[in-house]
Design a protein around this ligand. Structure first.
Ligand code: B12
Ligand code: SF4
Length: 462
């Protein structure tokens, strides 16, 4: 059979693991497999026996639908066009309504999903890394093994749809044999990227860590002279963290360890978990800071500052541990804003979100351990942070350039406003587009408004 595998032309970090497994399955059957990323006229004008389109994030809806429609007539029989992966599982009904194709939901570990003998084995196959050579796109994470050692999750956090994608918690998936086969077929890789949703929930946790070491990811392990790392990229569940587990985690070269700090109300538990990581000798932490959910901007700032303070504490106490903060903007996955990233949390507004994006552009999306840089980026205290969120975006992004011209003037003018006018100004620029010709009855507010260039907050928050 002639098999076409397709991934839309969205930017993604990791290669399409699902398609790589489907490729392995078809190649083992002796089929001819071709992989494309995005729209390709030469491929589209041919006829294929089977087409498989993978999907990823729901907010890539437009691109994904465009891709499906582009290739819909390239298959001999429409029954043999298969759509799968996370977005297809979450939004299966919408996809069917929009395209007429019924997606294959969830994992390929049940018989008959692809109407071929042994198709239930696909999920456990060794992914075909060689198919990636057929496309020009360079996946940012390209020197690693991608795998799961567990599936699913035992929880149901309200902002997460893992319970739909991987409904059953599988506590252990052997890896050793898989890695040996990858090495044999495609050569050795430097790092190990584990996509597990909640590895700490596994009663086989010790066995998992031991196996990771046996595969060659022990402390101090090197690959071609460089340190090897293990990354549980979805983070670990701090509610399930015990000292013995942290000690066990510290036996592997984990970089970074990711502990989600989803809410300010969890601060005591969070600080305890991070201190435990430091005591156990874990050096690098990159912690997810969810915002735009039910938090306030102040709570977001304070969570970032806790990390800066913990860094100072560790430095003073001689621990090598350093924490980076990884702010993560909440977007609902289902409902009105599931297909874009325009959702604005109850205690947020488009201007604040845009300003955070501007700050993070300058810091490359992460917040480092040093107070000096943190305060330069986010302000010395909550009050400064709040003011920063209101600034014109150019002043935020190019702060050094504007320090002595526009920004200084904006600052002194803003500071001089009486509190009622501050509130008016705040409402004007947070609730409306400041550059849409809106005017105030106060001349100083109008002077401030003149600093805002034309831009579309909604668009910028995508
Ligand atoms: C790894 C991962 C990431 C990685 C990147 C993934 C990548 N591929 O590039 C990173 C860490 C960067 C990431 C980031 C984010 N992520 Co994420 N991520 C995941 C995770 C754990 C796995 C996704 C994945 O790559 N799977 C690999 C799949 C495709 O391979 P597989 O499992 O072997 O595939 C099986 C099936 O899917 C199926 N299959 C796959 N393809 C196909 C094709 C066909 C035709 C068929 C029939 C079957 C099929 O068969 C396979 C074998 O059984 C999921 C949760 C989950 N458990 O799925 C969340 C998840 C997708 N992420 C999520 C979120 C919220 C995010 C962020 C938005 C977080 C944030 N607020 O910043 C960011 C967005 C990044 C961005 N671009 O802006 C959400 C969904 C978001 C959405 N709206 O769709 C998920 C579902 C987690 C959750 N919270 O519910 N993520
Ligand atoms: S613990 Fe993580 S994977 Fe599990 S439901 Fe909550 S957010 Fe999702």
């Amino acid at each position: 059979m002639r098999i076409l595998l397709i991934e839309s032309a969205y930017n993604n970090k990791y290669p399409p693991l699902g398609l790589m497994k489907i490729a392995a399955f078809h190649k083992a059957r002796g089929d001819n497999v071709h992989f494309v990323k995005g729209l390709n006229k030469e491929v589209m004008t041919q006829l294929w026996d089977r087409i498989y389109i993978t999907t990823l994030f729901s907010f890539y809806w437009d691109k994904t639908i465009e891709t499906i429609k582009y290739y819909e007539f390239s298959v001999k029989d429409p029954q043999n066009l298969f759509i799968g992966g996370p977005m297809a599982t979450i939004l299966a009904d919408e996809i069917e309504r929009e395209t007429g194709f019924k997606p294959v939901k969830g994992l390929l570990n049940e018989k008959g999903k692809l109407r071929l003998p042994n198709d239930h084995l696909i999920d456990s196959l060794v992914p075909d890394y060689s198919m990636l050579e057929q496309v020009d796109y360079k996946y940012p994470a390209n020197n690693a093994y991608f795998a799961y050692m567990t599936r699913g999750c035992v929880r149901r956090c309200p902002f997460c749809v893992v319970y739909i994608i991987e409904p059953e918690y599988v506590k252990y998936i052997p890896l050793k044999q898989q890695i040996a086969l990858i090495i044999e077929k495609y050569g050795e890789k430097k790092d190990l990227l584990l996509l597990d949703n909640n590895v700490l929930a596994s009663s086989e946790f010790d066995k998992i860590i031991n196996e990771i070491q046996e595969i060659g990811f022990y402390k101090g392990a090197k690959f071609k002279g460089k340190n090897r790392y293990v990354d549980f990229n979805q983070g670990i569940d701090m509610r399930l963290l015990k000292k013995e587990r942290m000690k066990k985690l510290a036996e592997i070269p984990i970089k970074p360890l990711r502990i989600a700090f989803d809410s300010y109300s969890l601060k005591d538990k969070y600080v305890k978990a991070v201190r435990l990581a430091a005591e156990c000798g874990i050096k690098y932490l990159s912690n997810y800071i969810l915002f735009n959910y039910d938090d306030t901007p102040e709570e977001f700032y304070l969570r970032l500052r806790i990390n800066v303070e913990l860094n100072e504490e560790f430095e003073k106490e001689g621990y090598p541990t350093r924490i980076w903060s990884f702010p993560m903007k909440y977007s609902p996955i289902l409902g009105e804003h599931g297909k874009d990233r325009k959702f604005v949390g109850e205690k947020w507004n488009p201007r604040y979100l845009r300003s955070i994006q501007c700050i993070l552009n300058a810091t490359h999306g992460v917040v480092g351990p040093k107070r000096k840089f943190f305060e330069a980026a986010f302000g010395k205290n909550v009050k400064e942070f709040r003011k920063l969120l209101l600034m014109p975006e150019d002043y935020i992004i190019y702060r050094e350039d504007h320090k002595n011209n526009g920004a200084a003037y904006w600052n002194s003018l803003y500071s001089s406003l009486p509190s009622q006018q501050k509130a008016d100004f705040h409402n004007l620029i947070c609730e409306t587009q400041a550059n849409n010709g809106i005017r105030s009855k106060y001349p100083n507010i109008n002077k401030l408004l003149s600093h805002y260039k034309k831009h579309n907050l909604e668009k910028n928050n995508e």
